[in-house]
Design a protein around this ligand. Structure first.
Ligand code: GLU
Ligand code: ZN
Length: 295
């Protein structure tokens, strides 16, 4: 095994306790990192005010209880605001961002080109004049978001699970109107700041990865390699949630949760060391794990 100077990471948002699906993703991120000789970092994505420090503490406790170890101190995004602000200033200086006054409803209602991809920003505020911006500011009564001026195309990333994946890069938000750095910006800035070159996370974020890789390149950062792993779903095929029963670690028990996770991956094991021994990314299940509470 050759030692890579790089790092992998797990980056939970402390808006709810981790459920067995989140824990499975964390175990996979750890396995991908450790099996390639990388460092493994833990980052709490607590910029949004729907997050709470008590929840983060419980998440860290659960990750440790399942046996995960990480290198260096836990990083808290809320302590890095100046870092994000400096990058946003740099984008402003390069004239790569513009003010957007649209609400979600405005975006949904805006006319768009016939073949515009679903969910892409339609470009409403891209070419506003200073006078128009002033008027929109007065009309809406709220500060604008900042959007990245892209060339409105798509971008290709390399994903260890999905292969070469191409997805849209629209003019996405890098700084929110409420003064919070956008998720897509914070992730890219932090991963680069900490030498993260391997991003393992749930495949609900696959479609965000072209935007993030595009931004990384724009900022002169190296692009990480991605592995978007299948989510855990409930018996109805929906994302696992609290209402699905005993889904958190204190409810399931750390050892039982760990054994269920490793069995679901196809490598039954009773410890992380044993699982690491068996881990083979090429054999990773490609389908979601349908989770049922054991009675
Ligand atoms: N904080 C994000 C989440 O919990 C994950 C971010 C990432 O891994 O890039 O969904
Ligand atoms: Zn707009």
């Amino acid at each position: 095994m050759s030692r890579s100077p790089g790092a992998g990471r797990f980056a939970p948002s402390p808006s709810a306790d981790l459920h067995i699906g989140n824990l499975r993703t964390a175990v996979l991120a750890w396995l991908f990192a450790r099996s390639t000789g990388r460092r493994f970092l833990l980052r709490v994505e607590d910029l949004d005010d729907r997050t709470a420090a008590e929840i983060a503490d419980r998440q860290l406790r659960d990750l440790a209880a399942i046996g995960l170890t990480w290198d260096g101190p836990v990083q808290w995004q809320s302590q890095q605001r100046p870092r994000y602000a400096a990058v946003v200033d740099h984008l402003v200086d390069r004239d790569l961002v513009y003010e957007c006054y649209c609400s979600r409803r405005d975006i949904a209602a805006a006319p768009r080109a016939p073949h515009a991809p679903q969910g892409a920003y339609p470009g409403t505020c891209r070419e506003l004049t200073a006078a128009q911006r002033q008027r929109r500011r007065t009309e809406t009564g709220r500060p604008p978001a900042l959007r990245l001026r892209t060339d409105g195309t798509d971008y290709r990333v390399t994903d260890l699970v999905h292969g070469s994946y191409r997805g849209i890069v629209d003019d996405f938000v890098v700084f929110r109107g409420d003064g919070v750095p956008a998720y897509n910006l914070a992730v890219v800035v932090d991963d680069a700041a900490h030498g993260v070159d391997q991003v393992v996370r749930g495949d609900d974020l696959l479609s965000s990865s072209p935007r993030q890789a595009y931004l990384a390149r724009l900022l002169g950062y190296p692009e990480p390699v991605y592995a978007h792993v299948p989510l855990v779903l409930n018996a109805d095929g929906a994302r696992l949630a609290k209402r699905d029963g005993a889904v958190t670690l204190p409810e399931i028990g750390a050892q039982s949760a760990f054994e269920q996770i490793s069995a679901s991956l196809g490598w039954p094991a009773s410890s992380l060391a044993e699982l690491l021994d068996r881990f083979d990314p090429a054999q990773l299940p490609r389908r979601p794990w349908i989770w049922r509470a054991t009675p």
